[in-house]
Design a binder for this molecule. Structure first.
Ligand code: CO8
Length: 253
């Protein structure tokens, strides 16, 4: 696991002895620690999450699952313990996916707010071939991203889709050449980082609310955030800058 921050963007890279990045407890513990650091660091305004050239992540550590029984999995809250922490990150998370994003790797990408894919990216939920059900959102976030039929096809056959297919299905925002993926993702994160952080964080909350509430509740939540924005100095600055035909200078206040 490596992390570096430049121009308000933290780049967190999943890395382990195995370039396929199986999601061992150690790797996910380190990822969660990095994400929590970035979320509380005032110098970080957006986060890029990426993997190796071969894999974003090839899924849960299959070998570690072998000895677990139901009681162990339940009592340890296997997966839940750390994975709930990932979705609680409040700053924008932009995934740069190269190579395999399988099982937990695909689910991790879907926990990010924006997913950019390299041409080599492969997305799949192959758990069915292991005799297990996806455990970190594959049956829930995938249908919301690509629709029921394709999600069923991926989860029931275990077959993967290419970056181009993922783009067409709406799972990823953009497909770029492999040697540009991290740079383009950093540029996307930097574009976000130039805006007012409290506004960006409120937008993330509001868009996520669209998947977790009725339309009425979501619209009310959005309206309340919109009204609350009138208390922000950055809202006054943004409107003044537009009126005065100059660039806005946000202070996160
Ligand atoms: N876990 C553990 N080890 C792995 C994993 C994995 N997910 N993936 C690959 N490896 C290991 C292989 O066992 C092999 O080890 P060794 O050399 O000791 O035999 C080494 O990595 C290289 O693998 P391959 O030789 O298979 O490499 P290939 O390039 O031929 O194939 C693939 C790459 C296609 C990615 C292939 O390795 C593969 O199919 N891997 C398994 C993918 C998979 O089934 N993923 C889903 C796992 S289940 C899951 O994610 C449940 C989600 C739960 C939520 C997340 C919790 C963390």
């Amino acid at each position: 696991m490596t992390e570096e921050t430049e121009d308000g963007v933290a780049v967190i890279r999943l890395s382990s002895d195995n370039p396929l990045n199986p999601l061992t407890d150690e790797l996910v513990d380190a990822l969660v620690a990095s994400l929590k650091r970035a979320d509380t660091d005032p110098g970080v305004r957006a986060v890029v999450l990426t993997g190796s050239a071969k894999a974003f992540a090839a899924g849960a550590n299959v070998k570690a699952m072998a000895p677990l029984g139901y009681a162990d999995a339940f009592q340890q809250d296997y997966i839940g313990r750390n994975w709930d922490a990932i979705r609680q990150v409040r700053k924008p998370l932009v995934a740069a996916v190269q190579g395999y994003a399988l099982g937990g790797g695909c689910e991790l990408a879907m926990m990010c707010d924006i997913v950019l894919a390299a041409e080599s990216a492969v997305f799949g939920q192959p758990e069915v071939a292991l005799g297990i059900v996806p455990g970190a959102g594959g049956t829930q976030r995938l249908p919301r991203a690509v629709g029921k039929s394709l999600a069923m096809w991926m989860c029931l056959t275990g077959e993967s889709i290419t970056a181009a297919e993922a783009h067409q299905a709406g799972l990823v925002t953009r497909v770029v050449p492999d040697d540009e993926i991290v740079f383009v993702t950093q540029q996307t994160a930097q574009a976000i980082a130039r805006h007012s952080l409290p506004v960006v964080m409120a937008i993330k909350e509001a868009v996520n609310r669209a998947f977790e509430s009725s339309l009425n509740e979501g619209l009310l939540f959005e309206r309340r955030l919109f009204h609350a924005g009138f208390a922000l100095h950055d809202q006054k600055e943004g409107i003044a800058a537009f009126t005065e035909r100059r660039g806005a200078s946000f202070t996160d206040q």
